[in-house]
Each structure stands twice: as C-alpha cells, then as structure tokens.
Design a protein around this ligand. Structure first.
Ligand code: ATP
Length: 245
C-alpha cells in the first residue's frame, strides 16, 4: 500500500457559471476536514453537458476564469488552474486529473465533487481510470440525504469497494484509494438559480463574493435580456456531445 505524502492537493472542477458562495464555502470546509493544503479550482472550457439552458447562457471561459480568480484571490489555500480553458475544446476530467496526478506524485490528488455530480460520474469518460488516479471527496448538497455511499457508487468500482459500516467512506483497489462523503453546511445556492435571477432582473447580491457580483452585473452577461435580442439560450453550438466529462 502506497502511503500518500503531504501536502495534499484538492482538484475542484466545475463549470462555475458563475462561481458562487456555496462553491467557496464547500471548498473551504472540505479543505479543512481533509487537511487539504492546496484547493485548486479548475473551470471547464466547453462542458459537454451544458450549452446554456432556460436560466441563461454559459459565460465565455475567460470571464468564468476571471471571476474565479477574483473569488479565490484572498484565500491562501485556494488556487485556480486554467488548464482546461487553455487546452480548449471539450474538457475531460480524467485528462486533467492525470496531469495533476503526475505533477504531485507520489501524492494522490483528491477530486472534490458534489454528490449530484458524483452520481452521474458513470457517464463520464473513463471513470475507472479516474478512480485509480485520485481519491474522492463527495460533498453533500441540498437536498441532503443520509444514504450510504454504497447506494450510489458507480458500477466500475462497486464490486470491489469496501464500504465502511456507517456508509460514509469506501476503499477500493490495492493501494488504499478512497472515497469519502464530506458533509458541508447545506447552502441551497446554484449557478442556474443565480443566472435565472439575473435574467429576471432580480438581485443576486450576497449569493456571490461582492467583487464577482459587481463584475457580473457590469458585464450584463446574464441579462435581463430584452426580447428583441431574441437569441434562444439553447442556440449555443457547443451543445451536448456523446461523451462526458
Ligand atoms: P448549475 O446550477 O449551473 O448546474 P452549479 O451551481 O451546480 O451549476 P457547477 O459549476 O456545475 O455549479 O458545480 C461545480 C461543483 O460544485 C459540482 O461538483 C457541484 O456538485 C458542486 N456544487 C455546486 N453547488 C453546490 C452547493 N450548493 N453545495 C455543494 N456543492 C455544490
């Protein structure tokens, strides 16, 4: 069994369209709980699942990146990695994690993910490899259930996973790779709700860091959209692709 060496790196991927207080608070709590020394946010370039929806468009990658940099700037533990945006095209988490794993070896990075995204991981590119490259911190997110990890492990590791009796963690493979459920303060904030409020001309103050809030409002990006401009939110050509993250 290969012992992981400190410091530990967390990799927190997402669309961050836009970054909001629940992302930041959850990252802070996971870093504290798992003694993660460096929590790296990785905004996706061209998310396979999301081309914008009824709540509004996907902001250009350079804006989502700029807002994340602003949001992370005053936290010495936080960093932002523009790898996926620089790589361009469709982003696959397995490639990003492989890069980070090579950089921090022999440490194994911790992939930080909300449970709503985790239960879809089966559909991502090469999940079996992803689970060999990183340990997993699965954050609770409203609506929070008390289900055991056993009930939502992906099939690629389900058979070999050794789930703890309390259902909060599992080990798999021969080198002690683990998955942990990490309870975080339930904040029912979502980027789609923020986009929807902006589209309707409503306030989003306090759902985002102040400077991010001000930059987004100044950009006018998410609305309110006058009807005459007419572009349908789903018209973005970077739409769903057969393969996932
Ligand atoms: P959208 O509403 O557009 O789907 P989102 O708010 O879920 O966006 P993402 O960028 O898709 O934001 O999320 C990145 C990661 O952060 C995902 O793993 C997601 O589960 C997690 N996450 C997002 N919001 C929360 C929250 N309120 N509490 C805990 N985790 C969250």
């Amino acid at each position: 069994m290969m012992a992981a060496r400190r410091p530990r790196h967390g990799l927190f991927g997402g669309t961050f369209n836009p970054v909001h207080v629940a992302h930041l608070r959850a990252a802070e709590e996971v870093a504290e709980a798992l003694e993660i020394e460096r929590m790296v946010f990785v905004p996706s370039a061209s998310p396979p699942h999301k081309s914008g929806d009824a709540s509004g468009p996907i902001a250009p990658p350079e804006l989502r990146l700029a807002w994340l940099l602003e949001a992370a700037a005053d936290n010495p533990r936080f960093g932002v990695d523009p790898t996926e945006i620089e790589r361009g095209g469709v982003s696959y988490s397995v490639d990003t994690v492989r890069d980070m794993a090579a950089r921090v070896a022999p440490e194994r990075p911790i992939f930080v993910i909300g449970w709503d995204a985790f239960i879809e991981i089966e559909s991502w590119k090469d999940p079996a490899t992803l689970f060999t490259l990183a340990d997993f911190a699965v954050m609770t997110r409203p609506p929070v259930s008390d289900a055991s990890l056993a009930s939502f492990l992906p099939s690629c590791i389900r058979a070999e996973a050794r789930v703890a009796p309390d259902g909060s963690s599992a080990e798999h493979g021969s080198d002690g790779a683990w998955i942990r459920l990490v309870p975080v303060t339930p904040l029912d904030v979502s980027a789609s709700d923020i986009r929807r409020r902006l589209r309707e001309g409503r306030s989003v103050r306090y759902l985002l860091p102040d400077r991010v809030h001000d930059a987004i409002v100044a950009s006018g990006l998410y609305g309110p959209q006058p009807p005459s401009r007419g572009a349908t939110p789903d018209a973005d050509p970077a739409s769903d692709t057969p393969e996932d993250r």
